[in-house]
Design a protein around this ligand. Structure first.
Ligand SMILES: NC(=O)c1ccc[n+]([C@@H]2O[C@H](COP(=O)([O-])OP(=O)(O)OC[C@H]3O[C@@H](n4cnc5c(N)ncnc54)[C@H](OP(=O)(O)O)[C@@H]3O)[C@@H](O)[C@H]2O)c1
Length: 263
């Protein structure tokens, strides 16, 4: 009876993880969301799905969610998947030096605050809250959903100057993953980052514009790149990678393709 916690499961890839994992009735699937009441109608009504309130930036909500999870799973957890993240879709298309111009400075500082709190401190707070359960689990895997945009070599080859603050916060969480992997190795816990590919998670005009901006850059890295994949495709590939993770993968970022090519 493997158990999964997905942190940040209200929409996009997090919601798709819940939908895909819950199709196997032997899985216990626990969805963490900031506003459970808005998520409830989106979930299939299956007995193996449990929806709990938790905000990645609120440690007491994470500890409460861990306590409720413990009741559901007899004090154990096999897989902790930390998916939630914050990006400012408006300022991500502003070049770094323009972001630091007097007109944009206040927004830059606000973005840094929110992105690093959510995307870096959030995974640390979440991993720490659930650690006793993961220690008691059979699989002992903590996976943080990151991005190839955090890889400096990808940025260099593709020429991606966009999404500075988001990419920096994800590079920071990759360092957190490396540190946690070292700290928790002797407990037999595999900690890894996972990049989901480029995924069309919301279908809005803003994200369409974002993809249009990114595509020519991404093709410099991978000339055969066809464009975004669906959440279902990405999650199926990610689950295969997560299940194959061993201690040899710990501390590093892997892609939905099971290697270190990001698209
Ligand atoms: N889509 C892509 O192409 C792509 C590419 C590379 C990496 N990723 C990564 O994949 C993950 C999911 O991306 P996505 O496209 O599905 O994003 P998304 O559609 O924007 O969803 C973001 C999720 O994070 C949650 N979240 C944000 N702040 C939170 C907080 N403080 N506490 C708890 N949950 C919080 C949101 O919850 P609310 O509904 O409460 O806001 C939402 O469920 C992210 O880590 C992202 O960086 C995505």
């Amino acid at each position: 009876m493997p158990s999964y916690v997905i942190a940040g499961a209200s929409r996009g890839l997090g919601l798709q993880f819940i939908k895909t994992l819950s199709q196997d009735p032997s899985n216990t699937v626990i969805a963490l969301a900031r506003n459970p009441s808005s998520v409830h109608p989106l979930l299939p009504s299956l007995p193996n799905i449990h929806l709990l309130a938790a905000d990645l930036t609120d440690p007491s909500s994470l500890r409460a969610a861990a306590a409720s999870t413990s009741t559901l799973t007899n004090g154990t957890l096999d897989y902790l998947l930390i998916n939630g993240a914050w990006i400012n879709l408006t300022t991500q298309s502003i070049a770094p030096t323009d972001l630091a111009s007097p007109a944009n400075e206040p927004q830059l500082l606000t973005d840094v605050d929110t992105a690093f709190k959510t995307n870096f401190a959030g995974p640390l707070l979440c991993a720490t809250a659930f650690l006793p359960l993961v220690r008691a689990g059979q699989q002992r895997k903590i996976v943080v959903i990151s991005t190839g945009m955090a890889d400096a070599e990808f940025v260099r080859v593709a020429g991606v100057w966009a999404a500075l603050v988001y990419s920096a916060s994800k590079a920071a969480v990759n360092m957190l993953v490396a540190k946690l992997a070292v700290e928790l190795k002797d407990d037999g816990i595999v900690v890894a980052s996972l990049s989901p590919g480029l995924v069309d998670t919301d279908g809005t005009e803003a994200s369409k514009k974002n993809f249009e901006m990114l595509m020519p850059m991404f093709r410099k890295y991978e000339p055969e790149f066809q464009g975004p994949i669906t959440p279902r495709e990405s999650v199926e590939m990610q689950i295969r990678v997560i299940q194959g993770l061993t201690m040899a993968h710990a501390g590093q970022m892997w892609s939905h393709l099971g290697n270190q090519r990001w698209i």
